[in-house]
Write a protein that binds this ligand. Structure first.
Ligand code: URA
Length: 215
């Protein structure tokens, strides 16, 4: 079980952080939110304008699509899982965070993950995938599992912002692959909540993904 005091301590540290220049233009820090005992954690890139003004992750246009992806594709409730980002302050004009910014903020994500102890980390988009796995091609790497530390698996999928720019749901499109990924994530959450072994889940989900043409 994550320690709520420790999670609040991390949140407080994020709030006063001035380690990189992103603090100069922020209105609010966006530490992340959700179920701190979730067995799956979602990691995006960094806050946008709506997140910066509310202090909450994924509440803008991409967040609205992510809500649909949770509810209709994965058949899960957003409150069941924890969502955060690599950087906790908005990069100006929503640019991709620099390596320096990600490296100076990354210890907060690590501290959150040490507390939550998820079994699976879902990376949303290529920035968080690259940061955590060193993989560079999301079209090749999504829908598959990669090892992180302590037996934790990483499962990359597309960022909802990318799906907003690619609205087709036809077979073989990013949205279609994303739908398969989210359906698999729904299966993973149910299995993890039933205390199934993560290695067995990886095997079962990989087979489902292969059989459905997802990978
Ligand atoms: N995009 C992200 O990567 N994170 C957010 O919180 C919002 C948009």
């Amino acid at each position: 079980m994550a320690n709520i005091k420790e999670m609040n301590f991390i949140k407080d540290k994020i709030k006063i952080c001035e380690k990189c220049s992103l603090h100069l233009s922020r209105n609010n820090t966006v530490p992340g939110e959700g179920n701190i005992n979730s067995k799956i954690v979602f990691v995006g890139e960094g806050p946008g304008a709506d997140e910066d003004s509310s202090g909450r992750p994924f509440v803008g246009r991409a967040g609205k699509l992510l809500d649909v992806m949770f509810k209709d594709w994965a058949k899960i409730d957003r409150n069941q899982i924890f969502i955060t980002n690599i950087v906790k302050c908005r990069p100006p004009k929503n640019r991709v965070p620099s390596d320096e910014e990600m490296n100076s903020c990354g210890h907060f994500l690590e501290a959150q993950l040490i507390q939550i102890k998820p079994k699976i980390i879902v990376t949303l988009g290529s920035t968080s995938m690259k940061y955590l796995t060193n993989k560079t091609k999301i079209t090749e790497s999504r829908g598959k599992f990669y090892d992180w530390y302590s037996g934790i698996k990483i499962f990359p999928t597309f960022h909802p912002s990318y799906l907003l720019r690619n609205p087709s749901m036809q077979k073989g499109t990013p949205r279609w692959y994303s739908w398969l990924d989210m359906r698999a994530i729904g299966i993973m959450i149910k299995a993890l909540n039933n205390d199934k072994n993560v290695e067995d889940i990886v095997k079962a989900v990989t087979k489902i993904m292969k059989d459905s043409g997802g990978i």
